[in-house]
Design a protein around this ligand. Structure first.
Ligand code: SIN
Length: 435
């Protein structure tokens, strides 16, 4: 069963917030600078609205940059949104919102093409067709990738460049949002923030806006070992709760099965070994070389992520081992260098050569499938407050996100949110809370 929660009125805490030293007015504030935040900002700007992006570090410091495997969409010959839907529902363990998933997989291919038009370049074959790989839970090759295993870095590069070259799109980096502001009717009225090292706007300020989009990413840093960068501390969920918004499914934190094992005391962000490595044929083995996932699921190492992570943990407990191994030695040096250059470099920097050695791996916290509850246009339960990407719970992931659906969700829902904001601006209507 999926779950929702809401905290009581946050007014007592809000009274304690410091008074703003500066103020500014805009149409929309986007908090966060990953694929979801920057896509929302760019699409809203295209319609001529004023947009301010605020981010607590630098524009490309969020999770998007670290995504390796890719972005899932039914782009390949013979693939259909219906098949993508099936795989997503199975991975979600019966807790997905089918309408939300249908929308995601149907609008996904178009959203990926628009991302390409914005400047992102995906790996292609000699005929210029996008190369597609497989990951856990997918019955087909449907994951588009860039730079081999540097998909997030390429998407982030393209979006950051588009944002930085748009002179009318305003940015404040190193800005920690303190609280959301609401008017007497409980509608979103902007936010307060603390800016450091930006010069003109240093200190505490207030931004007045009719719409705020929370695209703050996940919360992996709550766990001792995670694939998430240092900025992933659940800020969006905390802000939304303090504003009285509903959150859902926070218990569904996905553990990535194959994270480079750096010792029992390793803490903070750990190097990811993309599921695409298994998608291209690497095997999980124990210390005796046994492929322990075979027989546990029809897809063996490519079962949905929760099943593989549990399979690894079970084998670790059975054998008393601290980790399992990923065997990709049969790829050979050329394939490692061409297809997985980031992972190869990362392993080698830790003294492991995947071309000749087994890679020690163990699960680590990776993705928050739940978050701030939204409807299909990104509305939260607070009027004028939207949530998008990993910070949101749109219903597409259920209990367990299908691999590489996250960048897609960020893209598709960002476009939906932008469309909603633009439409409401034209009609002069404030966003309603969801039914
Ligand atoms: C990976 O490359 O294994 C991660 C992709 C994802 O989290 O969807």
């Amino acid at each position: 069963m999926s779950s929702t929660a809401q905290v009581p009125s946050p007014s007592a805490r809000r009274l304690a917030a410091p008074a703003p030293g500066w103020t500014k007015t805009t149409d929309v504030v986007v908090v966060g600078s990953g694929v979801a935040g920057l896509t929302t900002a760019l699409r809203v700007r295209e319609a001529g609205l004023r947009v301010l992006v605020v981010t607590k570090a630098m524009l490309d410091d969020g999770s998007t940059r670290w995504a390796q495997g890719g972005i899932a969409a039914a782009l390949g010959e013979g693939d259909t949104p219906e098949q993508h839907l099936e795989d997503t529902l199975v991975a979600g363990a019966g807790l997905c919102d089918e309408e939300a998933v249908r929308m995601l997989v149907t609008e996904g291919p178009g959203a990926v093409r628009r991302l390409i038009a914005t400047g992102a370049t995906f790996d292609q074959d000699d005929e210029g067709e996008i190369l597609l790989t497989r990951e856990g839970g997918h019955h087909r090759r449907r994951i588009a990738h860039a730079g081999g295993d540097a998909t997030g870095a390429e998407i982030s590069r393209a979006l950051v460049e588009a944002v930085r070259t748009d002179d009318d799109l305003e940015l404040i980096e190193h800005a920690l949002v303190l609280d959301l502001l609401t008017d007497a009717k409980g509608r979103t009225a902007g936010l307060t923030l603390h800016v450091m090292g930006e010069g003109q706007r240093d200190g505490v300020g207030a931004v007045h806006a009719r719409a705020v989009v929370l695209a703050t990413g996940g919360l992996g840093q709550v766990f001792s070992a995670t694939t998430n960068p240092a900025v992933s501390t659940g800020d969006g969920v905390a802000l939304a709760l303090r504003a009285g918004a509903e959150v859902a499914d926070l218990e569904f934190v996905q553990f990535h099965p194959t994270v480079l094992w750096l010792g029992p005391d390793a803490e903070g962000q750990q190097p990811l070994i993309s599921e695409a490595v298994r998608g291209e044929g690497a095997h999980l083995v124990d210390a005796d070389g046994v492929r322990f996932m075979v027989g546990q699921h029809e897809l063996a190492e490519l079962a949905p992520r929760d099943i593989v992570a549990k399979g690894i943990m079970r084998r670790m407990h059975e054998t008393g081992a601290e980790h399992m191994f990923l065997d990709g030695r049969h790829f050979g040096a050329a394939m490692w260098e061409e297809r997985f250059p980031t992972i190869l470099a990362s392993c080698r920097s830790h003294g492991i050569d995947p071309v000749t050695e087994l890679i020690p791996v163990a699960p680590a916290a990776h993705y928050a499938s739940g978050g701030v509850r939204t409807d299909l246009r990104g509305h939260t339960s607070v009027s004028g407050l939207y949530a998008c990407g990993e910070a949101a719970c749109t219903g597409v992931h259920g209990a367990n996100r299908l691999a590489s659906n996250s960048l897609l969700e960020g893209l598709v829902f960002a476009e939906r949110i932008a469309a909603d904001i633009i439409e409401r601006d034209r009609l002069g209507k404030a966003p309603p809370p969801p039914p």
